[in-house]
Design a binder for this molecule. Structure first.
Ligand SMILES: Cc1cc2nc3c(=O)[nH]c(=O)nc-3n(C[C@H](O)[C@H](O)[C@H](O)COP(=O)(O)OP(=O)(O)OC[C@H]3O[C@@H](n4cnc5c(N)ncnc54)[C@H](O)[C@@H]3O)c2cc1C
Length: 553
């Protein structure tokens, strides 16, 4: 089969299928909203609500990929492979939808028009047309030829400049040390942090009035993506924590706090750790038990922190921790009893630290060993009478017991950022895999000449493309309305899954060498696996964030 046999597909054809898909998702969502009393009873229908959250996210990704191709057309460009990639993802998602409805028709409880569309012959024909093997393999061949390099069109020239400049920064400054940091579990060097700070990477989306670059979320995502392409742990993820704290402060900080902290965080002068998770409290954030009790020390009013925290990434090197702690101890206070504090500490190198305050407070930290995501180290922390002055309670007295909501606001930004991290990592996996299969020969031919290799590369690239389009779309949505949290959550959900899949497929394409530390794909695989875990582990993101919002109306 050659390129001339690829059945042609047009954007209007995909658009028609997307409309049908949207009708199915709307009908299924309406039924689920009914059955769960508009999301209140999700826990009684978790399996089905998870399906709906995932399908709705996939719908958004396909839409985003179509819109990207349309924008290219509007700009007078040939969308070329962008249409094929949108078609492939649409076809795969629709065939998955079909299988799910067949398996659980009563749960879906679709209206007659959605049922009719789904079972119509023309819908099946569209699915077959969209994900024709010839199309996927042609995409894969192109990926092998171009070694997967991403120079995809961007509507905004400034965005292209950001992407190019961060790419060359990441390759020059981070490239030579990324592998070493991973293998030896070293700390990200201060010299890299200083260089990133000079480039303004820590304050890209923060408003100019608070010392940021005010560039909005898309340049921030492009920056994250390019840094993560070289190293998720020692590059792209450095920006996440400042982003989360910045968004929480913008949402709920007092003017004094914004003036004091935002510029210092945005300039990279202060490194940040986010401390929410506890050894016994993960997804159920409302149950946070670490206590912050009113106290006075050396004539200063404030709070004494007592309790344990877990998985606080970069806590050793960080100058400040954004700490969620309980300030209302009455029974049942739950999420309404938590406050967000900015905890100051000294930066430490290494895998353990202990900070003692003059008044007797102690903060100890010990990094947990992990197979990947190395470079920043994630710490278990123990606070013992650690004093925090009252001015470090985010929002001041009126921010008391509102920490949960501020933190969640920060996480919405963090999730968007993680969509970018996942795309960057997947891009790296695609590139090394494309290069490997073009160079490696078996049975007398380069691996890239085998049909299945081409097919795999084509799928990897198409899903990455759709997730990238969705992440960029979510970034622009957040620029328009900072409360937009649904699309960032969807982008995070799909992009993280996609990154795991692309990295693992890439590893298989490397054969045994994919398991060797010598090849970076082995790092990408272990790094990718953390992506669906943090900032709302995947099932919680699906049920408590996405399904809850979808079914609320
Ligand atoms: C490398 C790394 C870095 C991290 N960095 C940070 C950080 O910087 N700051 C921070 O605060 N945290 C951080 N985390 C913690 C991370 O956010 C948590 O691991 C995550 O929120 C899940 O919490 P948990 O591990 O306690 O899992 P649990 O909440 O115990 O969940 C375990 C499993 O049960 C499922 N589950 C739980 N509740 C339900 C339910 N109601 N219905 C169905 N299924 C359910 C979950 O989906 C999950 O699959 C990090 C984690 C890792 C691994």
């Amino acid at each position: 089969m050659n390129d001339s046999e690829i059945p042609e597909v047009s954007l209007p054809q995909i658009g028609t299928a997307v409309d049908g898909f949207a009708e199915v998702v709307e009908s299924a969502s309406a039924s689920a909203a009914d059955r769960t009393s508009h999301g209140k009873g999700i826990d009684d229908h978790q399996v089905h609500c998870e399906r709906i959250a995932y399908l709705a996210s996939q719908l958004e990704a396909v839409r985003a990929a179509c819109e990207y191709a349309e924008s290219m057309e509007e700009a007078g460009l040939d969308p070329g492979s962008a249409v094929d990639q949108a078609a492939v993802v649409a076809g795969e998602v629709l065939s998955g939808l079909n299988a799910q409805v067949v398996a659980a028709p009563e749960d879906f409880d679709l209206n007659s028009s959605a049922t009719e569309w789904l079972s119509a012959g023309r819908t099946r024909d569209s699915i077959a047309l969209f994900c024709s093997e010839a199309r996927v393999r042609a995409l894969g061949r192109r990926i092998a030829e171009t070694r997967g390099v991403n120079n995809g069109w961007l509507a905004d020239d400034d965005a292209i400049m950001v992407r190019d400049s961060v790419r060359s920064f990441a390759e020059q400054e981070l490239g030579p040390i990324a592998e070493r940091i991973h293998r030896n579990d070293e700390l990200v060097p201060d010299s890299l942090i200083s260089k990133m700070a000079e480039m303004g990477y820590f304050g890209m989306s923060a408003p100019e009035e608070y010392g940021g670059l005010g560039m909005g979320n898309l340049p921030m995502i492009l920056t994250t993506e390019e840094l993560s392409r070289v190293s998720l742990a020692a590059g792209g993820s450095l920006i996440t924590r400042p982003e989360i704290l910045t968004k929480a402060l913008l949402k709920g900080g007092t003017e004094e706090q914004k003036s004091k902290w935002l510029a210092a965080v945005g300039s990279g002068e202060l490194m940040v750790g986010i401390s929410v998770t506890e050894p016994d409290v993960g997804s159920d954030v409302a149950s946070v038990a670490c206590r912050a009790e009113p106290a006075t020390e050396g004539g200063r009013k404030g709070y004494r922190i007592n309790g344990a925290k877990a998985w606080c990434t970069f806590a050793g090197r960080a100058n400040v921790l954004a700490l969620l702690a309980r300030t209302d101890f009455s029974e049942g206070s739950g999420a309404r009893g938590l406050s967000l504090f900015i905890v100051e500490k000294d930066p430490f190198d290494g895998h353990e630290f202990c900070q003692r305050q003059e008044g007797g407070g102690v903060l100890e930290g010990k990094a947990d060993a992990t197979p990947g995501y190395r470079g920043m180290h994630s710490f278990t922390l123990s606070f013992e009478n650690y004093f925090v002055p009252e001015e470090n309670l985010v929002g001041g007295e009126s921010g008391k017991n509102k920490g949960f909501y501020l933190q969640m606001n920060g996480f919405a930004a963090g999730r968007l950022q993680t969509g970018g991290r996942a795309c960057g990592l997947a891009q790296a996996a695609l590139e090394v895999s494309a290069a490997y299969v073009a160079d490696r020969r078996q049975f007398g031919r380069p691996l890239s000449e085998f049909q299945l290799t081409q097919y795999k590369l084509g799928r990897m690239a198409s899903h990455l493309h759709a997730c990238r389009c969705l992440t960029y779309k979510a970034a622009l949505a957040m620029d328009r309305d900072e409360r937009a949290s649904l699309q960032p959550a969807m982008a995070k959900l799909l992009a993280c899954d996609m990154a795991v899949h692309v990295a693992q497929e890439g590893q298989l394409l490397h054969g045994g060498w994919g398991y060797a530390e010598e090849y970076p794909i082995s790092r990408y695989v272990v790094d990718a696996q953390v992506l669906p875990i943090f900032e709302g582990v995947k099932p919680i993101l699906e049920l408590k964030v996405i399904a809850r919002q979808l079914l609320a109306s």
